[in-house]
Design a protein around this ligand. Structure first.
Ligand SMILES: O=C[C@@H](O)[C@@H](O)[C@H](O)CO
Length: 188
């Protein structure tokens, strides 16, 4: 990614958090990624790690319409993905997408079990959440112009615990310095 893109999304996300009264802690841990694919506006996510403890983690995320977080699962992390502001669409599979399409499985939406067909979409409105067990593959994108997304989970380990369907994906971006940094990322 170019530093100018990171600076731009830092300003956009900060403005959106401010507009919706989401106050950030001092010196938040920013994590902006294009998942190594070099097309941030199509495959990208902006995250802030609010709390990372051995037992649990909380993140706040920001995405704009057109931007997808690519299909992945976690070996160990169980997480709630929460639509905080806007509308969020997730695509969910109960195993590798190519092997599980059409299977029925149970997921928890807003703390209640629901039958879901692997590969189908789930739409979350502000305040709604889905609970993802390790092994549930998920991809998500805003269906509103922008979206504030929460994540509450067991321990987070973004270096070792992400399993992406696309083998070309890397979790952290390479950075090209084309202007001075407004913020440094947790990957730097
Ligand atoms: O689903 C998204 C989350 O698990 C993120 O916290 C993770 O960093 C994506 O790689």
């Amino acid at each position: 990614m170019n530093r100018s893109q990171i600076n731009r999304v830092f300003k956009q996300a900060s403005e959106c958090f401010k507009q919706h009264h989401w106050h950030l802690p001092p010196n938040p841990s920013w994590d902006v990624t294009d998942f190594g694919l070099g097309d941030f506006d199509r495959t990208g996510l902006t995250l802030i790690n609010l709390s990372e403890e051995p037992e649990y983690c909380e993140k706040l995320m920001y995405a704009r319409q057109g931007q997808t977080t690519p299909a992945h699962t976690h070996a160990r992390k169980k997480e709630d993905i929460i639509c905080r502001v806007g509308e969020l669409t997730l695509q969910l599979w109960d195993g590798l997408p190519e092997k599980s399409e059409g299977n029925e499985f149970t997921i928890q939406v807003n703390q209640r079990p629901r039958t879901h067909r692997s590969g189908d979409e789930l739409h979350l409105l502000s305040g709604e959440r889905v609970t993802l067990q390790p092994g549930i593959y998920h991809s998500f994108w805003p269906t509103s112009s922008e979206c504030i997304i929460g994540e509450v989970s067991t321990a987070n380990d973004d270096t070792n615990d992400n399993i992406f369907v696309d083998p070309k994906i890397g979790r952290y971006p390479g950075i090209e310095e084309d202007e001075p940094a407004l913020v440094h990322l947790i990957s730097e």
